[in-house]
Write a new protein. Structure first.
Length: 90
């Protein structure tokens, strides 16, 4: 098998992602979820699917941000309680 140059690899990969998106669309699967999991599939979505992709991606990022903030606050609360416990024991 001959080695492919960068353009040929990109064309091959684009064709594969296009086929995968089309297959999922035909089966009635969630192509937006597939594109979220694999960003390379984004350019093969329809306009409405791209809009949905952006909305869902923003929601996921916001959820991740909130979760991280909650973990940070919990850690700070635990450290504060630990410090208060040490202070009151003395």
């Amino acid at each position: 098998m001959s080695k492919l140059n960068a353009e040929e690899r990109k064309a091959r990969d684009n064709e594969r992602f296009s086929q995968r998106v089309d297959e999922r669309r035909v089966k009635g699967e969630d192509v937006v979820a597939y594109a979220i999991a694999n960003d390379k599939a984004f350019k093969f979505l329809t306009k409405t699917e791209k809009h949905s992709f952006k909305e869902r991606k923003a929601e996921l990022e916001e959820e991740a941000k909130l979760k991280k903030q909650q973990q940070f606050e919990l850690k700070n609360q635990q450290e504060l309680e630990k410090a208060e416990a040490e202070f009151t024991e003395e």
